[in-house]
Design a protein around this ligand. Structure first.
Ligand code: NAD
Ligand code: FNR
Length: 170
């Protein structure tokens, strides 16, 4: 039998760090005000109806406002937008986070980031509590997708560009 690692928070995080993930700035606005946070725990659930999930730590400063607003926008970052990931990734004052980037709105009023590779404007339709996190089940009501720019990848605790070299670059 192969010797396995003890399952601790550290071994779980070290193993999870090996998984590459797209980086998103998840924003919200409404009666509780504008808020946002960086997330990699985002996943497609079903296309009928078009549904994503977003995992949000209940200790995050954005948590209460996101749940009260009941809407959010998943802004999937381009490789040139690493500074936004850092600004929304913790500790920065909320007003300062939105000083980075240019913002508009679509259907829900959640801030929509200009230059993202995709924007999913969503209503939160269900919430599951799992441990420290809420799993937000989100139905997309409007989408923008800009396919030209390479995406931003987070893996091994570092950022990378998802630029795929074409034949001319090799
Ligand atoms: N799902 C999440 O809540 C999540 C995901 C990624 C990063 N983060 C946070 O971002 C910061 C930097 O992360 P890092 O990747 O550089 O190093 P890290 O060692 O804190 O995390 C490594 C990996 O473990 C997972 N992870 C980390 N914290 C988690 C949590 N509380 N719940 C579930 N999964 C978690 C993520 O996949 C992460 O990429 C940390 O504060 C981390 O907690 C949180
Ligand atoms: C690359 C990367 C990826 C993630 C995060 C961070 C970073 C840098 N964070 C953490 C989250 O962005 C951070 O906790 C919030 O911004 C809350 O910080 P404040 O409580 O506002 O300081 C995060 N948090 C969360 O609840 N779900 C997630 O999927 C992620 N993913």
């Amino acid at each position: 039998m192969i010797e396995n690692l003890p399952v601790t928070i550290a071994t779980f995080r070290d193993a999870m760090a090996r998984l590459g993930a797209a980086v998103h700035v998840v924003t919200s606005a409404g009666t509780a005000g504008a808020t946002g946070f960086t997330a990699t725990a985002v996943c497609s659930v079903t296309d009928t109806p078009p549904t994503l999930l977003v995992c949000l730590n209940r200790n995050a400063s954005a948590y209460a406002a996101v749940v009260e607003n009941g809407v959010l926008c998943v802004n999937t970052l381009a490789s040139t937008q690493q500074a936004l990931s850092q600004a929304f990734g913790g500790k920065t004052l909320m007003a300062e986070r939105f000083a980075h980037g240019q913002w508009t709105t679509l259907q829900t009023g959640a801030p929509v980031l200009h230059g993202a590779i995709a924007n999913f404007d969503c209503r939160i339709v269900n919430v599951l509590q799992i441990g420290t996190h809420d799993v937000l089940i989100c139905e997309a009501v409007a989408i923008l997708s800009e396919t030209e720019s390479p995406g931003l990848l987070y893996v091994d605790r570092n950022y990378h560009s998802l630029h795929t070299p074409n034949a001319g670059d090799r």
